[in-house]
Design a protein around this ligand. Structure first.
Ligand code: LYS
Length: 269
């Protein structure tokens, strides 16, 4: 009897030991102490300044600094690859990449195929036109040639105004090509995210472009990190995003790129 008790006590002890060992390795996940961190493949379309663009062969931008800060918090290293807009969606869906970040608006259509993080940026579409243009509102786009990036909410918004198969909507693989079309006289306007068109007009004064807004025609949009459906990374990245919201890192990065304070409370709501 005594022997039996001793044996079961030893068994119990070893079980507790094994269980607690399992527990630690699970809790540690991506960020275990001295071990090497896991590297995630992040895909983007680096032709959308100031969110992501190429500068001296490097991918830079607000999105890049933001996701680096979030990944650091979550305990991951990142390899960020400029694959282009359409491939961002393909690679995330097919799990060739772990995360997509590319000023991607969270919307119902995309939510059918992807999981998104909590929102990290508020945006809306605006209209980029040459100085002196008679386009003063979204309704004025009727009868005009409008350049957009293919597969964006900008394209959708213009289609809602002009009709889906309207030949006057010129679609480009990236937004820089759409702006080139405007500058060369092949289009009367570009519709894209406000921050992008506003920065472009400001930083390229020789192009003589101005931005037209129309809050009635264009909705508020929120950017999110994009994952494959059921990706376990979503929960980890959401927690890390909330951390960088709360510890001031988000505000610091936002200020560096946009020169003002972000409305973090509005993003969290
Ligand atoms: N925010 C818009 C969208 O998600 C435009 C993104 C374009 C990125 N290159 O459709």
């Amino acid at each position: 009897m005594k022997k039996f008790r001793k044996l079961s006590f030893i068994m119990l002890l070893s079980m507790v030991f094994i269980l607690s060992a399992c527990g630690t390795s699970q809790v540690d996940g991506g960020k275990s102490g001295g071990e090497e961190k896991k590297t995630l493949k992040v895909v983007t379309d680096a032709a959308y300044a100031p969110f992501e663009y190429m500068d001296k062969g490097e991918i830079v931008g607000f999105d890049v600094d933001f996701i680096e800060a979030v990944a650091k918090e979550a305990g991951y290293e990142l390899e960020i690859v400029n694959v282009g807009w359409d491939p961002v969606f393909v690679e995330v869906k097919d799990k060739i990449a772990d995360v997509g970040i590319s000023a991607i608006t969270i919307n119902d259509d995309r939510k059918q195929t992807y999981d998104f993080s909590v929102p990290y940026f508020l945006s809306t579409n605006k209209i980029l036109v040459p100085e002196g243009s008679d386009i003063k509102s979204a309704a004025d786009l009727k009868g005009k040639v409008v350049a957009v990036q293919n597969g964006t909410t900008g394209q959708e918004a213009v289609e809602a105004l002009l009709g889906k198969n309207n030949k006057d909507i010129k679609k480009f693989e990236n937004n820089n090509l759409a702006i080139m079309e405007l500058n060369s006289g092949g289009a009367d306007a570009v519709v894209a995210d406000n921050t992008v068109v506003e920065e472009y007009a400001k930083n390229n004064p020789n192009d003589k472009l101005v931005v037209v807004e129309d809050a009635n025609a264009f909705e508020s949009e929120y950017y999110g990190l994009m994952f494959a459906k059921e990706s376990p990374l979503k929960a980890e990245f959401d927690a890390a995003i909330n951390k960088v919201f709360e510890n001031g890192t988000y505000a610091k990065i936002y200020k560096e790129w946009f020169g003002s304070e972000p409305d973090v409370e509005n993003l969290k709501a």
